[in-house]
Design a protein around this ligand. Structure first.
Ligand code: ADP
Length: 654
């Protein structure tokens, strides 16, 4: 674990990292904050080189505020600022200055009472002052935090060596204690060489709203010693190398991410092809030989290889191993990325994967998947490695693992969806079969009821009284309605049972037939039916006739106009024909236009307009069976236009 994450695991220990956190989280501090170097955590003291008051305040005030919030004692040594200005800036950021001053959590000190206490600077005295300030502060408070203005140095005849010595002692004292310090340097006030030295002796610098890990840092002992020029050269060369390495590393990261993005985002590759390419990418980056996706079950200690790139003597899709005898057990145990780079050294040399299969390095991660379909995603090689895997390697692997998890979940979701659709289809088919059988079988007894009622009416009409005849009329009426419903239901349930091998159907011919079918209704209502030029489509001709017939007949039926008029037309759309059947009838409330396509849904009572409520559901069923859509546009009193789409001739129906 890196030092940085160790520190963030223990937020209560005061360190330089906390100070940086204050800047990272401050809305006033807008620049980047470079994390501390993982290895060189040499002191708890850093410097701000500022060029404007604003730059000073946006760093120093959040630093103090964080200290107060954490219950620390904060000392601000004022040199060129004024106390009013600082207090004002603190208040503006919401610091309860009076309260903090009163409790002793915040103190302002002058240069005269601190650095220049005896008239001029004395490093020993200053150390004593710090030591007692820290001791006193930590007795009552969580820690000690210092902001010190430094322009006095320019006036004092302090030599650079003395100052360096002092700096190294400050480092020591702050490192050992629960204390951090921020020394602030006004660039305008210091001579260039002075600022140069400040830069050299602080490992972490804040400048121009940026917290930098300082490449120019020279530890004080090197800075002052006789080998200074040599050290300087070492440092310069080291810096050049570090810069170059950092730059290449950055572009490597970018290249890896780009390649991974290209593979996983490619619309042309299947999951298997993407996986294969991701394996290849991983092998290249991790310098390993083989990538594998395995199904694992920790409970039954099983591992089954699912996919693999390349060839391996023992590893191949379908191969099974006890999970605990593979390195995947390491990733399974911690449920995240794990690595093995030297099995003997790391205590894995008793595993079969090492002893029998000769695998010596491993980088793998655990992918939990719902319904017991957990996987491990891993790379292996037959050689052990000189260098262990880096944090970056793990991060890349985790990234790849996250993609695999996402894909697997999508697949599972898709499978579940297909299963549900198939089940729905099955139950729909069963219902249709039932409706078909029921309506078919009902026809016979219904016919009996009707014929015997007729017989009763014909033979015994004279023997019956007025009321009995009325009852028979009701019964005949009911039987007629029931026959109409049973017939409609039968047509409805037949739609999907029709053979789906559609043919090219000329709609003009179909419409000729439809007008013949509804001729009586047309004449009775004095209706006019205007048919535009219609195309040839791929369809079942009988179903098409039923569709037009229902719509035309409804247009005449739901019509109170003196001269009912139905218009039929079609227009070509990019991938279908759009038909319409428009009437000048009573219209439909737009809120109810969806409901009328449901089976048995009617907006009118039988006394007003007779019907069974199946016609439009049948129309919808027919259109959908042909892979099209049906909808209506209407306003009450404004007539209705029913639209539907069909495939042009030459395309197969769905
Ligand atoms: P039915 O005509 O047998 O009642 P449909 O399924 O054909 O059954 O129609 C359902 C309902 O939709 C009808 O009861 C009617 O209220 C309404 N409707 C259908 N077509 C029209 C139309 N052209 N104009 C106004 N309302 C209509």
């Amino acid at each position: 674990m890196s030092q940085r994450s160790q520190l963030s695991d223990q937020p209560d220990v005061l360190s330089l990292d906390s100070g940086l956190e204050a800047l990272r989280q401050s809305p006033d501090f807008r620049g980047p904050v470079e994390p501390l170097d993982d290895h060189d955590h040499s002191n708890d003291h850093f410097a701000l080189v500022y060029e404007s008051r604003e730059e000073l305040l946006t760093s120093a005030i959040p630093f103090v505020q964080q200290g107060l919030e954490r219950g620390e004692k904060c000392m601000y040594v004022i040199d060129e600022s004024t106390r009013e200005e600082l207090e004002g800036a603190m208040r503006a950021r919401g610091i309860e200055v009076d309260e903090a001053l009163e409790s002793g959590a915040l103190v302002f000190e002058t240069i005269e009472a601190t650095y220049l206490r005896g008239g001029s600077f004395d490093a020993d005295e200053m150390m004593e002052l710090y030591a007692s300030a820290i001791e006193e502060a930590t007795r009552e408070f969580e820690a000690f935090r210092l902001v010190a203005e430094t322009s006095w140095i320019v006036e004092d005849d302090l030599t650079i060596e003395e100052f360096m010595e002092y700096e190294s002692r400050v480092n020591d004292i702050f490192e050992d204690e629960d204390a951090i310090a921020l020394c602030v340097y006004d660039r305008e006030r210091f001579p260039s060489e002075g600022i140069c030295d400040v830069v050299r002796v602080h490992p972490h610098l804040i400048h121009d709203s940026t917290v930098c890990h300082n490449f120019y840092y020279t530890p004080p002992e090197e800075f002052c010693g006789p080998d200074k020029p040599d050290h300087e050269i070492d440092r310069m060369l080291g810096t050049l190398k570090e810069r170059a390495e950092a730059k290449t590393e950055l572009s490597d990261h970018k290249r890896f991410l780009q390649e991974l993005n290209e593979i996983t985002g490619s619309p042309d590759l299947s999951f298997e092809e993407k996986l294969d390419a991701v394996f290849d990418l991983g092998c290249e980056w991790f310098d390993l030989e083989l990538g594998a996706l395995n199904r694992v079950d920790p409970e039954s200690d099983e591992l089954c290889v699912e996919y693999i790139n390349g060839e391996h003597e023992y590893y191949e899709p379908g191969a099974e191993f006890p999970l605990s005898q593979t390195y995947c057990i390491a990733a399974t145990d911690i449920k995240e990325a794990a690595s093995v780079s030297d099995p003997a050294e790391e205590g894995y040399d008793d595993l079969a994967v090492y002893e029998e299969l000769g695998v010596e390095s491993y980088l793998g991660t655990y992918i939990p998947v719902e319904d017991g379909a957990d996987r491990t995603f891993a790379f292996i090689a037959s050689d052990s490695r000189a260098d262990p895997f880096s944090e970056d390697d793990r991060a890349y692997l985790e990234l790849m693992g996250q993609w695999v998890k996402y894909e697997l979940e999508q697949q599972q979701y898709q499978n579940d969806l297909e299963e549900t659709v198939a089940k729905l289809q099955q139950s729909n088919d069963r219902l249709k079969q039932f409706a078909y059988a029921a309506s078919h079988d009902l026809q016979e007894p219904l016919r009996m009821v009707s014929s015997y009622l007729q017989l009763l009416e014909n033979r015994y009409a004279d023997d019956l009284d007025e009321q009995a005849r009325e009852y028979i009329d009701f019964a005949v009426d009911g039987a007629d309605r029931m026959r109409a419903m049973v017939n409609d239901l039968l047509s409805f349930s037949r739609v999907e049972q029709a053979d789906e091998e559609f043919e090219a159907v000329d709609c003009d011919v179909v419409l000729g037939q439809v007008i013949d079918d509804v001729q009586v209704q047309i004449e009775e209502n004095g209706a006019e039916v205007a048919v535009g030029s219609l195309p040839t489509v791929t369809a079942d001709p009988e179903q098409l006739e039923q569709l037009f017939s229902n719509l035309v007949s409804n247009g005449i039926k739901y019509n109170e106009s003196d001269s009912p008029r139905i218009e039929i037309g079609a227009e070509e759309r990019p991938d279908c024909w759009e038909f319409w059947v428009a009437d000048n009838g009573i219209g439909i409330d737009p809120d109810k236009t969806d409901r009328i396509f449901e089976v048995f849904k009617r907006l009118h009572h039988d006394d007003e307009y007779p019907g069974t409520g199946i016609g439009l559901s049948l129309c919808q069923e027919i259109v959908e069976n042909h892979g099209g859509d049906i909808w209506v546009e209407s306003e009450p009193g404004e007539g209705s236009t029913f639209f539907f789409t069909l495939q042009p001739a030459g395309t197969a129906g769905e």
